[in-house]
Ligand binder design. Structure first.
Ligand SMILES: Cc1cc2nc3c(=O)[nH]c(=O)nc-3n(C[C@H](O)[C@H](O)[C@H](O)COP(=O)(O)OP(=O)(O)OC[C@H]3O[C@@H](n4cnc5c(N)ncnc54)[C@H](O)[C@@H]3O)c2cc1C
Length: 310
């Protein structure tokens, strides 16, 4: 199919983009990487009257570290995070482990992190990482700029708290401290499918005890989920040696957290190849494995020579 007829503008500044989006008489869509929007337009599931192409706005093509946070401008492509040292510390490791699960290289070279937040697909890796880390979505519209917490931003599949005339200018994520280990594991049918379930985790340990745990669930509900009930079971747990063998004993805190995430945090939606029971089982197993990966990452980080904490 071909897209329905639409008008096209390519503003050079954020102010011009906001002005174009601000016309209440026309349904407008922002074009960033186009890796979701163009497909939807071809299928005519999306029929914007106006496409606002933001690719010629240099101020959106910037990534920086400010006040302990990574600020990712709206034109930063997925591929920018593939190298683990693109972003400092454990956050860089987490982003690099997550990004390789997004589609394949041509899509990663065009698609943007902010576009994933704009699209708000329940299987988006970035959106679950954002919810787990308490990311902030910066938007600006006719009423001016505002900052939305990721926990309040996602309202359901493709539905967010962003207004239809607001542009995402950046996504901010906290840099994670040296005593934090990270993991990301995804389960999907074939290499290029969206995740059936995936898990992002960050564990922070002080004096041999887990002081903070962050777990984000991908495609385990109608929106990205922070597994708070599972996180609570980990707080204060001893950060002991990991058991030998691939399978965690049922009594291990990571296995227990997995079961709690599956039963109390996940609200799975059935898909053709994954019913609700299957997804709950996948959440239970993947949460345990991802926490284990985070613990292994932290051990390696703590054992690394001073100044080499990647
Ligand atoms: C074959 C295939 C496989 C894929 N697999 C995955 C996957 O495994 N995981 C995954 O997460 N994604 C996947 N995607 C989607 C891809 O990651 C997209 O890049 C992403 O969803 C959107 O980014 P984009 O920059 O391409 O946005 P676009 O396609 O340009 O826009 C998507 C939507 O977000 C809105 N939008 C974009 N930027 C902004 C902004 N700055 N402000 C306001 N609204 C904005 C647009 O208006 C539109 O509604 C896949 C896509 C394809 C085609």
């Amino acid at each position: 199919m071909k897209p329905a007829t639409f008008d096209y503008v390519a503003p050079r500044t954020v102010a011009e983009a906001v002005e174009a989006l601000g016309d209440p008489g026309r349904e407008a869509q922002v074009l960033a990487g186009g890796q979701s929007l163009i497909l939807e337009m071809h299928l005519q599931r999306s029929r914007p009257e106006l496409v606002v192409d933001i690719n010629r706005i240099p101020e959106l093509d910037r990534m920086s570290v400010e006040d302990g946070e990574l600020r990712v401008g709206a034109l930063i492509r997925h591929a920018a995070f593939e190298a683990a040292d693109a972003v400092p510390g454990p956050l860089g490791t987490l982003l690099s482990r997550a990004v390789v699960n997004i589609a394949h290289p041509p899509i990663r070279s065009r698609g943007t992190m902010a576009g994933s937040f704009g699209w708000a697909h329940p299987a988006s890796e970035w959106c679950a990482v954002g919810v787990a880390l308490d990311a902030t979505v910066e938007v600006t519209g006719p009423e001016g700029p505002r900052a939305l917490a990721a926990r309040d931003y996602f309202l359901g599949p493709y539905r967010t708290a962003r207004g239809p005339r607001e542009l995402i200018t950046a996504v901010r994520m906290p840099l994670l401290g040296e005593h934090t280990g990270v993991g990301f594991i995804e389960h999907r049918r074939t290499h290029f499918c969206f995740a059936q379930v995936a898990v992002a985790a960050a564990l922070t340990v002080h004096d041999g005890v887990i002081g903070d745990a962050r777990i984000g669930l991908v495609n385990s509900a109608d929106r990205p989920v922070r597994a708070r009930a599972a996180e609570r079971t980990l707080l204060g747990a001893e950060f002991g040696p990991l058991p030998a063998g691939r399978r965690l004993p049922d009594t291990h805190p990571f296995a227990r957290a997995g079961r709690v995430a599956a039963q109390e945090d996940a609200v799975p939606v059935a898909e053709p190849y994954a019913d609700v029971a299957y997804k709950r089982q996948a959440v239970a197993v993947l949460v345990g494995r991802t926490l284990r990966e985070a613990a292994t990452d932290l051990r390696a980080r703590l054992a690394a020579p001073e100044g080499d904490h990647r």
